[in-house]
Ligand binder design. Structure first.
Ligand SMILES: *Cc1c(COP(=O)(O)O)cnc(C)c1O
Length: 481
């Protein structure tokens, strides 16, 4: 399998070449040259693998369709090492939880539990694999990598828990000082591993992101200190997420003739883009429903055909903060497919066009209609009061406590139900990560998994510093030389 850029660059690359890279040289995102097609026999085989051998074996089967430059036995071992019940809490790894009223035979919705990994958000599903892939590939090349990132919460902790103790990798993570939830701060700052470095920046998330960009734009520094990233445009992260659409589908159905829809709480469009890839491979997905919060760039696109990036001032700070985005960094992948893989137009609208105008309009393009008709996309949005209501309703009706992001998903899913098509909502985090809103909705503290008892009291290691790129560079130098 070779990979190409969404902006039409002539290069074709192998999986391990793009594994440690961010964007393609022309600023595009990598996608496979074609999606492997699964017929009835292959689907049946995958269902059997899932049923008889479980998640890690299913992951190996799906990944091996896309990765041919890691020996099969090694890839299998990496999957087995990643997806264990010790790391993800249950032997099923991603069990389905039916939301069913007492006495009713049919569930209204199914929640796919993706948030029982080390940091209690779905990002662990991909990041844990990425950690093992990085360690493997860096050892094979005899190289090292320093991951520099900015986080407002979920990504940073998922990256640190995935990379802690890994050979050849260091993590330098910036976060806005005092702005993450106490639980998130405790999660990250209590990591004492030698290769994990937390920098709390006196500023907001955008200051952190600006610093990361400034460091990455200093090419000499970037090369000398082997700076890399783990952001959500990484193809390996997206690929790892494709697997749980299969596992969700197999659990929700008895036969491959049935269809299932998925609703996905969305921000940067990585999670739902993995669903798009699974659907393109032939997994019988009826619809992919994109759920946003007040930051509704994506909902607006699917309703109108207009993609309008928001400025910092127009980006709302919400109670589902991991979906507070002004533009969706993975969206270009879907638009490339929507435009029949027309790299010239993709380059035009996402490159200079978006930078100058801040928007593009496909409403008059006949291909826009295919988003719903051919690719199965629908969308909806949710607000803070919707979240509170949904958290209350799901708790009262089904006895299940959901987090604020999952609540955005449930709210929108309820508006897109169809008889006879099961609806799976991806559970993207556990409520304990966003306790303040749960208390507001339910008047009680969320349940806390036992392994997180008392983490706020653990010793912390974090370096507080001014929002100054030179201080960050000096800190990196000091810990690398
Ligand atoms: C990252 C995140 C999302 C958004 O996922 P995307 O892949 O960026 O669309 C939603 N919910 C939670 C809890 C997250 O951490």
């Amino acid at each position: 399998m070779r990979y190409l850029s969404t902006r039409g660059h002539a290069d074709r690359k192998q999986f391990c070449e793009i594994l440690l890279e961010g964007l393609a040289p022309d600023g595009g995102l990598y996608l496979p040259e074609r999606y492997p097609q699964l017929g009835p026999a292959e689907l049946q085989n995958l269902r059997q693998v899932w049923q008889s051998q479980g998640y890690a074996a299913l992951a190996f089967e799906v990944l091996s369709l896309y990765i041919d430059d890691i020996p099969r036995d090694d890839l299998k071992a990496l999957c087995q090492k990643t997806y264990t019940s010790a790391v993800f809490g249950t032997p099923e790894i991603v069990p389905l939880k039916p939301l069913k009223r007492a006495g009713q035979s049919q569930a209204e919705l199914l929640l796919e539990a993706l948030s029982n990994g080390p940091t209690l958000a779905f990002k662990d599903m991909a990041m844990q694999l990425l950690g093992n892939l990085f360690e493997y590939e860096l050892a094979r090349r005899g190289e090292t990598l320093n991951i520099l990132g900015a986080t407002s919460g979920d990504t940073g902790s998922a990256a640190e828990y995935a990379m802690r103790g890994k050979k050849g990798v260091r993590v330098f993570m910036t976060s806005p000082h005092g702005r993450m939830s106490p639980f998130q701060q405790a999660q990250m700052f209590s990591l004492l591993d030698e290769n994990i470095h937390n920098m709390a920046i006196e500023g907001v998330f955008d200051d952190c992101q600006d610093i990361v960009k400034a460091v990455s734009n200093d090419l000499a520094f970037k090369q000398r200190y082997k700076i890399g990233t783990v952001n959500s445009i990484n193809w390996a992260r997206l690929l790892a997420q494709v697997v749980y659409y299969f596992a969700g589908y197999f659990q929700a159905t008895q036969s491959d003739l049935q269809k299932v829809s998925f609703t996905v709480p969305s921000g940067n469009f990585g999670n739902v883009c993995a669903g798009h890839v699974a659907r393109m491979m032939g997994l019988p997905i009826d619809r992919l429903v994109v759920a946003t919060n007040e930051n509704d760039v994506l909902d607006e696109f699917f309703r109108t055909g207009v993609y309008r990036v928001r400025g910092t001032a127009d980006t709302h700070e919400t109670s589902s903060p991991s979906m507070d985005i002004s533009k969706a960094s993975n969206f270009e992948r879907f638009v490339f497919d929507l435009l029949d893989r027309d790299g010239v137009t993709t380059k035009e609208i996402f490159g200079a066009g978006l930078q100058q105008k801040g928007c593009f309009d496909l409403s008059a393009d006949p291909r826009f209609a295919k988003a719903a008709a051919v690719f199965g996309f629908e969308s909806g949005r949710s607000t803070h009061s919707d979240r509170l209501k949904t958290i209350q309703q799901v708790y009262a009706n089904y006895g299940v406590m959901i987090d604020t992001h999952t609540a955005d998903g449930v709210k929108v899913a309820q508006e897109h139900l169809k008889p006879d098509v099961p609806m799976v909502v991806l559970e993207t985090a556990l409520p304990i990560k966003f306790a303040a809103t749960i208390v507001q909705a339910l008047g009680r503290q969320p349940d806390r998994p036992p392994q997180f008892e008392g983490i706020e009291a653990l010793p912390k290691r974090v370096h507080v510093m001014k929002a100054d790129v030179n201080l960050v560079k000096a800190f990196i130098q000091q810990h690398c030389d």
